[in-house]
Design a binder for this molecule. Structure first.
Ligand SMILES: NC(=O)c1ccc[n+]([C@@H]2O[C@H](COP(=O)([O-])OP(=O)(O)OC[C@H]3O[C@@H](n4cnc5c(N)ncnc54)[C@H](O)[C@@H]3O)[C@@H](O)[C@H]2O)c1
Length: 375
């Protein structure tokens, strides 16, 4: 197959996920790694077999073999890097969060549209097998009409290393817990519910960790279709919670993405009042141990799923490569618009914190960006 040439911009921690992922695809090849830190770029290139290294984006974009760029730089650089790539005719898969402000994200989308190139947001969790299965179950009506959800993401602040420490510098990250962790969850809810946020009220706090940033975050949201839900995350506890629960009129879903803890016994559990014989075949084929559950005369409605672990980064970059060739993949990744919608929620949550009230969405372009301070 004709392989699309991919360049990775930024050779920090997340490059160690993207670079090997490219090599696992059938339709993309790793052409170059670019980082002003030549040593770091060289290490990633050597470890994952990139053909070339560059120390500036302009230099990498002069290479015609680089057809699309995965932007893996700190958040405050995303806008500039994505726009420079778009202007050079390159599509962009931009790591999350797409930007710091809503206006930056809108400007990135405009640049991509004007250049006629795809813009993707790095919400890799959409590609996990258990997420795909949960989406399928919802679409098939297995849990009925959705009215409520809860999503949590807890993790200790120093569990995760980065090369530049940008996460704990608010002007470089745009926030710590609210956007670094929870941004995956805003997208997950929008994706699974096929819905958008209508309003938000937030309580954002610094409680514990040495950097004075948001490490204790709680948000209540309402969606356009009328569901209510909460997002909660902290950066001081050990990883005990990494789950999304969705409640419908015919059942509920418990979905886990990363952490393995006694609280999360299975990656995906579905409870339904739909009779076993009426469940879609794809679910009954995937469930373990479904046969046993069926045999149980007291069918409880619970099904536990252990889908095979898949490399979400590889599927994500493969879909990006298809988009660069104008091909529609079977599973569409998060677009620039999806990145924008999550960014908007973060900015509205900041307004809610500062003004102590509910904030309605969507925000209009030009809404001033205000970041709360914590003491
Ligand atoms: N999808 C996920 O779950 C996930 C996980 C981790 C990080 N990320 C995202 O990836 C991005 C990077 O995070 P990280 O942890 O890898 O950061 P990091 O600090 O480890 O790496 C950033 C790299 O960018 C390089 N850089 C700085 N300026 C540059 C420039 N002008 N051109 C090219 N490279 C430059 C730095 O030298 C560094 O090597 C962030 O947006 C982060 O939110 C996403």
């Amino acid at each position: 197959m004709d392989k699309v040439g991919i360049g990775i911009l930024g050779a920090g921690s997340i490059a160690h996920y993207h670079a090997p992922a490219v090599g696992k695809t059938a339709n993309a090849r790793l052409v170059a790694i670019c980082d002003p830190d030549r040593k770091r770029a060289g290490q990633v290139a050597e470890q994952y077999g990139a053909e070339k290294i560059y120390t500036s984006l302009d230099e990498m974009l002069r290479d015609p073999a680089v057809e699309g760029v995965v932007v893996c730089t700190p958040n405050f650089m995303h806008r500039e890097h994505a726009e420079v790539c778009a202007k050079a005719g390159r599509g962009v898969l931009c790591e999350k969060p797409i930007s710091i402000t809503l206006d930056e994200a809108l400007s990135m989308q405009k640049a991509a549209d004007e250049a006629g190139v795809p813009l993707r947001t790095g919400f890799n969790q959409r590609f996990l097998n258990q997420v795909k299965l949960a989406k399928f179950a919802i679409e098939q009506g297995v849990i009925g009409e959705i009215h409520a959800f809860r999503s949590v993401f807890s993790g200790k602040w120093n569990n995760y290393f980065d090369e530049t420490n940008f996460r704990y510098l608010p002007e470089q990250s745009g926030g710590t817990t609210i956007n670094d962790n929870l941004v995956h969850r805003y997208d997950m809810i929008r994706h699974l519910l096929d819905d958008d946020f209508e309003s938000v009220v937030a309580d954002l706090h610094h409680s514990v960790i040495p950097p004075v940033v948001d490490d204790n975050v709680h948000m209540i949201v309402r969606t356009r279709k009328g569901a209510r839900g909460t997002f909660a995350a902290d950066r001081f506890s050990s990883v005990i919670a990494d789950s999304t629960d969705i409640y419908g009129t015919k059942g509920s879903i418990h979905l886990v993405t990363n952490a393995v803890s006694p609280f999360h016994a299975v990656p995906l559990a579905i409870n339904t009042t739909v009779a076993p014989e009426e469940l879609p075949k794809r679910l009954t084929g995937a469930v373990y141990p479904f046969a046993k559950a069926r045999a149980n005369p007291a069918w409880t409605g619970w099904m536990s799923f252990w889908p095979e672990f898949n490399d979400a980064y590889a599927e994500q970059v493969s879909e990006f490569a298809d988009a660069l060739r104008g091909r529609q993949a079977t599973h569409v990744g998060a677009t620039g618009i999806d990145g924008i919608r999550s960014q908007e929620l973060i900015q509205a949550a900041y307004d809610s914190q500062i003004d102590s009230c509910w904030i309605s969405l969507p925000l209009t372009q030009g809404t001033p960006y205000r970041m709360p301070s914590y003491s």
